[in-house]
Design a protein around this ligand. Structure first.
Ligand SMILES: C[S@@+](CC[C@H](N)C(=O)[O-])C[C@H]1O[C@@H](n2cnc3c(N)ncnc32)[C@H](O)[C@@H]1O
Length: 403
């Protein structure tokens, strides 16, 4: 296998993570990207016109790397919006530095868009069910010579990933590990193994607890890979009793000012909090946002399954970038405390800052977090006066009033 990493070093060196969280222990490309690019270089050597699909590129190393290796027909599927934004920003930076203008297109979570590629490069997702869905999309629309090359850090791989790929490809073999990463080569796509997209969504009826009418059992829908699957996160459960009262208080404040109240579920996952907001008052306009394609698809399904589509708009957005300043009366949020595999508070702090911008003065932010994270001083500083509404052995719920 050629060592393309040296040829691509100038490109890989220009990559930045922004607008994704940046930190000393987080990088914009990794050893798996370099292994995948070596495999791509070899494939493009024998088939320079290959149509290439990239799945799970984190910050553009793969998409821009294959373009730099000469591929001209490149599509890329990325679940997080920040990954798309980061790829686009890195493409602009690379061209400004004199690099080759890449031609690539972003594709949606639509099986039809995964069809007809010669080479598929994949950063393996953590979720086996998401891997199963994506490999199924690829195999369903493949031709006999389509090859899928998937890689990850060895510590994040196990035999079950090979088994999943073997459902969709006749032959799967692993490379030797290099710099703690490894590749799986899948060949001989099997037709007819993909689950129809609509059947991929898992559904369950979940008891939300409490006596509030907004907390009657909810049908939760989850696309593979979605946060907490079709079940209720334990942190969300602690936040739930406070959501409907806050929603009704928001409606009262807005009604006193003779306008409609607006509430936002920031980082909506499967849309549980958005559904409870919508149930709490029909006078509330509810927006559910998440940066993941899989989350937006899950929330749309949850909202539709509970007959709430008229009251909730689902948006794929990074933080609250699409929302105007001082436009919301209530934001509810169960922020993540991981960035990829690393524990990191940067994303929660960015969420609080975006909520502070979008809330009207007097508007409220409801947050649940692991008690050890001590977000209260941050909320106090970034948003406004903060009180503790609830606390159990693991979680704290706070309510912050936008100053
Ligand atoms: C802990 S989960 C909470 C999901 C859901 N609200 C619940 O309570 O079940 C956090 C969510 O934040 C989303 N998220 C992470 N970074 C984001 C960003 N930059 N912009 C929007 N959403 C983001 C994740 O995709 C994930 O769905």
């Amino acid at each position: 296998m050629p060592d393309s990493a040296a040829a691509l070093a100038p490109l890989l060196d220009t990559l930045r993570r922004a607008p994704d969280v940046e930190a000393d222990n987080l990088s914009a490309s990794d050893a798996t990207d370099r292994l995948l690019l070596d495999a791509a270089a070899e494939a493009l050597d024998t088939q320079p016109q290959a149509r290439v699909l990239v799945i799970g590129d984190t910050h553009g190393a793969l998409t821009l790397g294959v373009s730099e290796l000469g591929a001209t027909d490149v599509a890329v599927w990325q679940d997080p919006l920040v990954a798309e934004l980061s790829l686009d920003a890195n493409a602009r930076r690379w061209v400004a530095a004199g690099g080759r203008e890449p031609t690539y297109r972003h594709i949606a979570l639509d099986p039809a868009e995964f069809a007809g590629f010669d080479l598929v490069l994949m950063q393996l997702p953590r979720s086996l069910s998401l891997l199963d869905a994506l490999a199924g999309f690829v195999a369903a629309g493949a031709h006999p010579a389509t090859r899928l090359v998937a890689g990850a850090r060895v510590k994040h791989m196990d035999l079950s990933m090979t088994r999943v790929l073997e459902r969709h490809f006749a032959s799967v073999h692993a490379s030797l590990a290099r710099q703690k990463s490894r590749l799986l080569f899948a060949e001989g796509p099997r037709a007819g193994t993909a689950t129809p997209a609509v059947q991929l969504v898992e559904q369950s009826q979940v008891d939300l607890g409490g006596s509030d009418p907004a907390l009657v059992p909810l049908t939760i829908c989850a696309f593979p890979g979605g946060f907490a699957g079709a079940s209720l996160d334990i942190g969300t459960r602690v936040l739930l009793p406070h959501v409907a009262p806050a929603a009704r208080a928001a409606v009262e404040r807005a009604t006193a000012q003779q306008r409609q109240a607006r509430a936002i579920d920031l980082g909506c996952g499967t849309g549980v909090l958005a559904a409870v907001l919508a149930r709490a008052s029909t006078e509330l306009e509810v927006i559910a946002t998440d940066q993941m394609r899989t989350a937006a698809a899950s929330t749309e399904a949850t909202i539709a399954a509970n007959g709430l589509a008229e009251h909730v708009a689902v948006i794929r957005d990074n933080l609250l970038d699409a929302q105007p300043d001082a436009s919301a009366d209530l934001v509810v949020c169960n922020p993540p405390f991981h960035v990829g595999a690393a524990v990191h508070t940067g994303i929660a702090e960015a969420m609080f800052a975006s909520a502070a911008r979008v809330l009207r003065p007097g508007g409220q932010l409801l947050v649940v977090f692991n008690s050890h994270l001590r977000y209260r001083p941050t909320l106090q500083r970034v948003v406004g006066p903060t009180e503790q509404l609830d606390r159990d052995a693991k979680f704290t719920v706070t309510q912050t009033t936008r100053r």
